[in-house]
Design a protein around this ligand. Structure first.
Ligand code: HEM
Length: 511
């Protein structure tokens, strides 16, 4: 009796699902037509997207993930549709009109979608993971900290850059400057955020706190933080199957990172209770604690800013030196610009202030060009919150709108867009800061910091920090040599942000 009943229920269920799919297809076609949409060019990805997924995983393993995705745009067009693993269709786009819609004019139509559940174990409910009212609240909490006149504290930075310069070999031997930049930014970011640096460059007794935790020292903290991020990136690559990637190693790394941050949260809350003990210097965590005393909210927000601020700036500085080491003419011109304004290491000329750095146009063009070719956040995505469309990418000429179903993922590659020859000229793949002299006004085709309501909050902070570091280093050293002549193009390692897989090995000399 039970068996026929179960069979009947099964048949009803399957029929319902089939009818639902037919209805969905019909509904999508009708809506797409009403919106004037046409199909985008398709990337072959095999049944249920399996072959496309396997090719992508091979590219990830060979550190070609970012270039692999960029190659789709070169072969298929600036907007394409692809079957992702599991058989769901998703879009890829490098069309500035589509990015403007996705991030600004149709902001309400799109969400971060799955990012919250993929990133939650490390980042909790922070500005990077939240949508809707939660995000509005987090952005409101953090924004005032970034609208202060001079958000980056250059005095604080000075101590860390000086320490970094101490660690650079002065006998012309080669070293990995990327490694030092990652130490510099974790030291300065934790100093600015937590009030105390984790001291990864080993300058003082600052690292005392870490000895009491499971990470043991700054190196241990950085390792745990990096490992967690690698898992977050892996979870986001497999979309709906994110929950399958949750090994003990990942959970343990998250626990270690949280233990450290919680310690700083306690310090911030203590300083709130004892304002007389505050140093008078601006400390991000203390400013946050003045507005909110929930330890979990403080932990999530501090960790989100640490993630946002540390690797991105280290990535920018590392790429800057990657290109400087391979373009002696650019080194010469940039150094001359800096020395003319600020003097050299032996004869400094006044304070390095925000206002004076902003006047150095070539420095800005140089940074623009580095961020164009090696954007620290090369890939990103959004998810449709309702049935909607994007303005271009459909039809044989790619000029018609494309239909985006609710729940559908739209990925975008800023890396590939910044290399489009139709937008940047035939030499788009070449490093040439002078192009910004010819055209310094760029719109949605230049997006290293994102755009629209979720534009990077730390843009000014990052540019000031990177500019200051460059000024100090180029004042101090007058010649650079590339110690990796075999590495002609960057080998990109990409988790959430990009770095150079082979490091950036250089030699620096002073007269
Ligand atoms: C060169 C350095 C940097 C680059 C290229 C960069 C790039 C970006 C990008 C592309 C986003 C958008 C992410 C998304 O919506 O999916 C973003 C968001 C953000 N960035 Fe940056 N960033 C940099 C440095 C910083 C620094 C130093 C801080 C803070 C100290 C910071 C704080 C933030 C925050 C809080 C957000 C989230 C904004 C929101 O969702 O409302 N960033 N950044």
């Amino acid at each position: 009796m039970l068996a026929p009943m179960a069979l009947l229920l099964g048949a009803v269920f399957i029929t319902y699902k089939i009818l639902q799919s037919i209805h969905r297809v019909y509904h999508d076609r009708r809506t797409a037509k009403a919106l004037g949409c046409k199909p985008a060019a398709a990337i072959p990805s095999g049944i249920l997207g399996i072959s496309g997924f396997l090719t992508m995983m091979k590219a990830v393993k060979e550190k070609r993930w970012v270039e692999h995705i960029a190659s789709f745009y070169e072969t298929t067009g600036t907007t394409f549709v692809q079957t992702a693993i599991g058989g769901v269709e998703m879009y890829g786009t490098t069309d500035p009109e589509n990015l403007k819609a996705l991030l600004a004019t149709q902001f309400q139509d799109f969400r971060l979608g799955t990012r919250h559940r993929e990133f939650y174990p490390l980042l909790g409910n922070g500005i990077f993971t939240l949508d809707g009212a939660g995000w509005t609240h987090a952005r409101g909490l953090l924004r005032p900290q970034f609208t202060r006149d001079q958000v980056a504290d250059l005095d604080l930075m000075d101590g860390h850059v000086t320490r970094m310069i101490d660690l650079i070999p002065k006998d012309g031997s080669s070293f990995d400057i990327q490694r030092l930049f990652f130490q510099l930014t974790i030291d300065s970011a934790t100093h600015f955020l937590f009030g105390e640096s984790v001291g990864s460059m080993g300058s003082s007794s600052e690292a005392g706190i870490l000895e009491k935790t499971a990470v043991g020292d700054a190196q241990g903290f950085a390792e745990a933080f990096n490992m967690s991020q690698e898992y977050l990136a892996a979870r986001s690559r497999v979309l709906g199957f994110y929950w399958m990637i949750n090994p003990k190693e990942f959970r343990e790394a998250n626990r270690r990172v949280h233990e450290v941050v919680d310690h700083y949260v306690r310090l911030a809350l203590e300083s709130r209770r004892h304002p007389e003990k505050q140093t008078g210097r601006y400390i991000f965590a203390e400013a946050l604690a003045a507005d909110n005393d929930d330890p979990r909210v403080l932990r999530d927000n501090m960790l989100n800013i640490l993630l946002a601020g540390r690797d991105t700036t280290a990535s920018l500085l590392s790429s800057a030196f990657f290109y400087l080491a391979r373009h002696p003419d650019v080194w010469q011109r940039l150094r001359q610009t800096i020395v003319d304004e600020f003097g050299d290491g032996e004869h400094p000329n006044g304070d390095i202030t925000h206002a004076r750095m902003k006047d150095l146009r070539y420095l800005r063009y140089f940074l623009n060009e580095v961020l164009r070719l090696q954007p620290p956040v090369p890939l990103n995505f959004r998810v449709a919150a309702k049935d909607t469309s994007l303005p271009v990418g459909g039809g044989p000429d790619g000029k018609s709108p494309v239909y985006v179903r609710k729940g559908q993922v739209v990925t975008y590659s800023v890396y590939a867009m910044h290399r489009r020859t139709d937008l940047y000229g035939a030499d788009a793949h070449e490093f040439r800061p002078e192009r910004w002299e010819e055209n310094s006004k760029r719109g949605w085709e230049y997006l290293p910091f994102n755009g629209g309501p979720r534009i990077c909050l730390g843009q000014q902070y990052a540019l000031a920090e990177a500019s200051f570091t460059l000024v100090k280093l180029l004042q101090r050293f007058d010649r650079i040599e590339n110690a990796q002549p075999e590495v002609q193009q960057p080998i990109i390692q990409c988790t959430l942000t990009m770095s150079h897989d082979a490091g950036v090995h250089v030699r620096l000399f002073s007269a």
